[in-house]
Design a protein around this ligand. Structure first.
Ligand code: ZN
Length: 706
């Protein structure tokens, strides 16, 4: 066994990151453990890889199985580090992460580009052994060969060297990008000191912003008197833009938000250009015309044209609607006698949209929050999972070490009490230390081969991470209806990870699922927030304990299509910008990324962004996440999700037997099969036919034009 330099055998045993069984010891893992753990692990893995290359056989057990085991050890350790980078980020952890990241990339490249392994895999899929493989195994092999090819296994000498240098630089650039967004969120915070500037804003925002001020340099800050520190994350920015009556305050915050990480000390502009140009070069080395083609090689969408044509169909269906919505809003503002009438600016839209919503539907997002305390929402969500998928979810706090005191832990079992899975829930925003947005990630994957004992199955464990407002004063965390849908969304991903029945870890849960199909269960789950029985189960007024009144629920449903054209168009704008950025060689046209953004905006926005808009500089999905030339996936999968939910609508949502029957079928197909079959097949096995965008357009109140 190899030992890292300068490390005593004892420190290795004690290093909590190297623990090989059970759940990660988040209560003991510290940044100082990262470098020794990763060095020692990588040295081991490197040795194992060399040994494997020398002793490959023509069976699954002597090729894929050892690779699976090695990948699992790496995922276990590096996965925990990556998770902490997202939820407990600080300087020490960043330094440690960046110190070892190049070595991780080197190892991944070495394995991905191994010719002996590639040849052995090819022999396996072309040889006589193939007969014995399950369809899941055949799909795993096919993916491994494709990934090896896209990882440069076919490259020689200088090309390979260049490819690897690019991969290293890209990994570093993604980390830099993400760190700068975190820093800019904190450093760019807007301070408000005059109570008049906070006029109209909800109590919850004032409390949150006063808390942020207290945590900084103003220990005496109060919700009523200030000062207030508005972090540049959505949890603070959205309620401010929706409610602050002073137009100049909204303008100030809006400008800071869209300019985030776009200038000054934390500036991502050059990083973006560099990333785009390196991606293009990498794609060309592999023989693709563009990075978009490389990205689509591993997706459900067959090619760039089919993506463009779906986006165009949705654009045409939503553009006119969005124009109309803007006119209505301008008219409404004009009638209210506001100064900005007739000249609605970007920082006025959310404000007036919220006023119009209040008038039209007689509720405000803020009032609704009182009906959605987190504990009640969880109770209702778990009840729904039981109704649909026959699973039981129980709190198990204290049974797993956590990375922050607010994190919860739950166990999932089937109707007979047999354990199936577990998950962590980290619900609240921690600006500056926790990445914005919400996500599900895997902590442990389901596997038979990697179980501790023969005849057992290792059960999956998920991370669910959200960014809703924390509890303030004596109250529990009150959720915006948006937060509720986000929680349902991430829970849907979690279900696919946790309820998988595939025992091969390389295709269990969300693994080996094409990226543009992976948002199916998540977006499917969001639909339940609009179903009467569910809304009753997830709502209870924080003071009266009454569920959401039926008339408010009806308004909420009617409001679902409120500004649906604008919402749809906004997603099309993001998806098309992403696609355009990756479709051609950067700079050959003389356009930089922002010029491309501007060009796309001409067709996909009804109110052009500010010339100094730098939203790309914080667009982590495509520059630091996995969505490059893949942001369209949300829309692609939304078509599948809406169509799948359509099956429930057709059968009657108020018919419990039908709902249960379809729920089971959804569980047995979409949730169970994971990456073991092609997504089109999985969809058909649930729906009985190929997907159609009709349901999505109907659900959004938009009419198909095709
Ligand atoms: Zn998602």
């Amino acid at each position: 066994m190899t030992k890292a330099e300068g490390e005593s055998p004892d420190s290795r045993i004690e290093n909590p990151l190297l623990q090989q069984t059970g759940l990660p010891a988040f209560d003991r893992i510290e940044p100082k453990h990262v470098e020794p753990a990763m060095r020692s692990l990588l040295a081991d893995l490197d040795g194992e890889l060399t040994a494997l290359e020398a002793d490959l056989g023509s069976t699954w057990e002597r090729t894929v199985a050892p690779l699976e085991a090695m990948g699992d050890r790496l995922a276990r350790c590096w996965g925990a580090v990556g998770h902490l980078m997202g939820v407990r980020n600080d300087d020490a952890l960043r330094e440690a992460f960046e110190a070892v990241q190049p070595e991780v990339v080197t190892f991944a490249l070495r394995q991905g580009q191994s010719r002996p392994i590639h040849d052995a895999l090819r022999e396996l899929i072309e040889g006589e052994e193939r007969e014995k493989f399950s369809p899941a195994q055949v799909r795993i092999l096919t993916t491994m060969l494709r990934d090896a090819s896209d990882a440069g296994v076919g490259l020689e000498d200088e090309d390979r060297e260049r490819f690897n240098a690019i991969a290293q630089e890209l990994a570093q650039l993604a980390t830099d990008f993400s760190n700068r967004v975190l820093d800019a969120t904190e450093a760019g915070a807007v301070w408000l000191r005059d109570p008049a500037e906070m006029a109209g804003t909800p109590e919850s925002l004032r409390e949150l912003a006063a808390q942020a001020a207290r945590d900084d340099t103003e220990p005496g800050a109060t919700a009523a008197e200030g000062p207030w520190k508005i972090h540049l994350d959505r949890t603070c920015v959205m309620p401010l833009l929706q409610h602050a009556e002073r137009r100049e305050v909204r303008e100030k915050v809006y400008r800071a938000y869209v300019g985030r990480a776009g200038s000054g000390e934390f500036d991502n502009r050059e990083t973006i250009e560099r990333i785009l140009s390196l991606r293009h070069e990498q794609a060309q080395l592999l023989g693709y015309g563009s990075y978009a083609e490389l990205s689509l090689d591993s997706k459900m969408a067959p090619d760039v044209e089919s993506v463009s044509s779906l986006l165009e169909e949705l654009r045409v269906a939503s553009y006119g609607e969005a124009e109309g919505e803007l006119e209505t809003l301008a008219g409404f503002a004009a009638n209210s006698g506001a100064q900005e009438a007739g000249d609605l600016a970007l920082w006025d839209v959310a404000f007036w949209a919220e006023r119009l919503r209040e008038e039209k539907f007689a509720y405000s997002e803020e009032d609704l929050r009182s009906y959605f305390p987190l504990p009640r929402v969880l109770e209702g969500l778990f009840g729904l999972a039981e109704r649909l998928f026959e699973v039981r979810i129980e709190a198990a706090d204290g049974e797993a070490p956590v990375w922050h005191e607010d994190v919860r832990f739950f166990r999932v079992s089937d109707a007979s009490g047999e354990p199936l899975a577990a998950f962590y829930l980290d619900p609240y925003a921690r600006p500056g230390h926790k990445r914005g947005g919400a996500w599900m990630d895997e902590c442990v994957s389901r596997s038979r081969r990697l179980a501790l004992q023969a005849a057992e199955v290792r059960l999956p464990v998920a991370y669910l991470v959200c960014n809703q407002a924390p509890p303030v004063a004596e109250l529990p965390s009150l959720m915006r209806f948006d937060d509720v849908q986000t929680l349902f969304h991430e829970f849907g991903h979690g279900l696919q990870h946790m309820l998988t029945r595939v025992d091969e870890s390389l295709a269990s849960g969300i693994r080996n699922i094409e990226w543009d199909a992976v948002e199916l269960p998540s977006q499917f789950m969001e639909n339940w927030c609009y179903q009467r029985e569910t809304i009753h189960a997830i709502s209870a007024h924080v003071e009266t304990h009454e569920p959401l009144p039926d008339d408010v629920f009806e308004k909420l449903k009617a409001a679902r299509t409120y500004r649906a054209g604008s919402d749809m168009l906004r997603q099309i704008y993001f998806a098309s910008t992403d696609m355009e950025l990756h479709k051609e060689a950067p700079a050959t046209s003389g356009e930089d990324a922002f010029a491309i953004q501007g060009r796309v905006a001409e067709r996909t926005t009804v109110m052009p962004p500010l010339p100094e808009d730098r939203f790309l500089c914080s667009f982590g999905h495509i520059f630091a996440g996995g969505y490059a030339a893949g942001y369209y996936s949300y829309k692609w999968a939304e078509v599948l999700a809406a169509d799948a939910f359509g099956a429930f609508e057709e059968a009657g949502l108020d018919n419990p037997e039908e709902v249960a029957r379809l729920g089971r079928r959804f569980s047995e197909t979409v949730l169970a099969l994971g990456g073991s079959c092609a997504p089109a097949e999985v969809f058909e096995s649930f729906r009985g036919r190929a997907p159609s965008p009709e349901a999505l357009l109907r659900q959004s109140g938009l009419v198909s034009t095709s």
